[in-house]
Design a binder for this molecule. Structure first.
Ligand SMILES: [Zn+2]
Length: 456
């Protein structure tokens, strides 16, 4: 009799422990996990809602996604799992419905089949405030057809409006590569905070399948793409032969390697190829970085000027074939103009602007870069010294530097580039007032007219 009672008490005792373990939330915690990948702070009905739901211990029973706005609750997604089988589920859908714009609360509720919590299962709710914006940015092109001789520059002007604009740029895609050109706010010209402009170029390309568009995104991820019509022509490419001598490598190339702290390669040719390829690419990358910040103003006036009393010894996009001991060893395009004057000639600023860089830049040697505003820069290479300091505003034709042979220069000359947002363009255009008038000044005037007709 006594033994039986003890056994009975033990059964009750362990039964109780089992019940407490199994059905109360003391030992088994709520393991529902909700990770909202999108939306974040902004919500767009046109953008995919992406939520990863998982439960380590119990299958999922139900999922509900809602948006509480003002005094209405909008059901966005609902799913019931009739069988306790699924422990992981990705919610992935586009709401595609009319949702009132403005403040709202995004709510995700998930229940599981856990026996714990007295057979009711667990529930987890994740909620956070969002701003509903399903309207993509309004983008209107204010400039007409842009005309480019490949390698040259063009200007596009556009009106962009959105309550929470995040990013706007002009993209030129070709051969699967997109060149991004900054869109500068052009209020200083148009007196309107919604007008932007981009200077852009068409880089030389084999396939010539260029496509030019303005891309505007808002904080909610709504994207507007507007096509920019461009009429382009292909220039003739000049070729030139450059003979690389041991003497040139031992003096010019070695000086660059030393300056950059790069160890010598096994052969003299190896040294040359390293500088002409790797160091050159690093220099271009540095120029692109320097030219990524510019004033949102036109700092220049009239045509750009060439180095005084200079002769042109190399032109833009010349295809250069480098020969060493009679053999072709490298091919590169020349990104600017070579201008020769007297030895140690004084360099006049091509136009008014602000000096943003002075320093040693590998193949360019001692280099100066002047910002002319809205992403347009002029670059002066192979210099001896600088006559003005970084940060100073210079006037057109003011003497700013002295020429020399620093960097990869055989003789004393100035290497001159015009750089648009980090991309090289043909200086000849900028030296020509007719080009400036037709491609920049008239484009601005036409845009002003279109803007005045715009129903904003
Ligand atoms: Zn050059």
């Amino acid at each position: 009799m006594r033994k039986g009672r003890v056994l009975f008490a033990l059964i009750i005792f362990f039964g109780l422990i089992y019940a407490v373990y199994q059905y109360t939330p003391i030992f088994k915690p709520n393991t529902i996990e909700i990770v909202v990948k999108s939306p974040k702070a902004y919500f767009s009905a046109n953008k995919t809602v992406n939520i990863a739901i998982s439960d380590k211990t119990a299958p999922i029973k139900s999922i509900k996604v809602e948006l509480i706005s003002m005094n209405t609750t909008i059901k966005l997604f609902e799913k019931q799992f009739n069988e306790p089988l699924v422990k992981q589920f990705d919610v992935n859908f586009k709401p595609n419905k009319v949702i009132p714009q403005g403040k709202a609360v995004f709510v995700v509720s998930v229940e599981d089949y856990s026996k714990s919590n007295f057979l009711n299962g667990f529930k987890k709710v994740v909620q956070f405030p969002v701003f509903v914006d399903s309207t993509p940015p309004k983008v209107i092109l204010l400039s007409g057809v842009s005309r480019i001789k490949i390698g040259g520059a063009a200007l596009a002007i556009f009106y962009v409006k959105d309550t929470n604009l995040k990013d706007v740029y002009l993209g030129v895609s070709r051969d699967g590569v997109v060149d991004r050109f900054r869109a500068y706010n052009a209020q200083t010209i148009f007196g309107n905070p919604n007008v932007y402009l981009s200077f852009f170029t068409y880089r030389l390309s084999k396939l010539k399948n260029y496509s030019t568009n303005i891309y505007a995104t808002d904080e909610a991820g709504n994207l507007t793409i507007v096509h920019v019509p461009v009429f382009y022509t292909t220039p003739k490419i000049r070729t030139s032969r450059i003979n690389i001598t041991d003497e040139f490598i031992k003096t010019k190339v070695m000086a660059i390697l030393e300056h950059e702290g790069i160890p010598k390669k096994e052969t003299l040719l190896g040294d040359f190829l390293y500088v002409n390829d790797i160091v050159r690419k690093q220099n271009y990358a540095k120029v692109k970085e320097i030219c990524s910040k510019s004033e949102s103003k036109i700092l220049w006036k009239g045509r750009f000027s060439q180095l005084f009393r200079s002769a042109v010894t190399a032109t833009f996009n010349d295809k250069r074939f480098y020969y060493y001991k009679g053999k072709l060893v490298d091919v590169k395009y020349h990104k600017g103009y070579d201008l020769a004057s007297v030895r140690n000639a004084r360099v006049n600023a091509a136009n008014s602007g602000r000096v943003v860089f002075e320093g040693y830049l590998g193949v360019y040697g001692n280099t100066m870069i002047i910002d002319h505003g809205f992403g347009v820069f002029s670059l002066y290479g192979h210099l001896q010294s600088f006559l003005v300091s970084v940060g100073s505003y210079v006037k057109k034709n003011q003497y700013v530097a002295i020429t020399d042979t620093t960097g990869l220069a055989g003789g004393d000359h100035l290497h001159f580039d015009v750089v648009v947002d980090g991309y090289y363009t043909n200086p000849v255009d900028w030296w020509d007032y007719h080009w400036i008038k037709a491609h920049i000044l008239n484009v601005i005037d036409e845009a002003k007219t279109r803007l005045s007709l715009l129903n904003q």
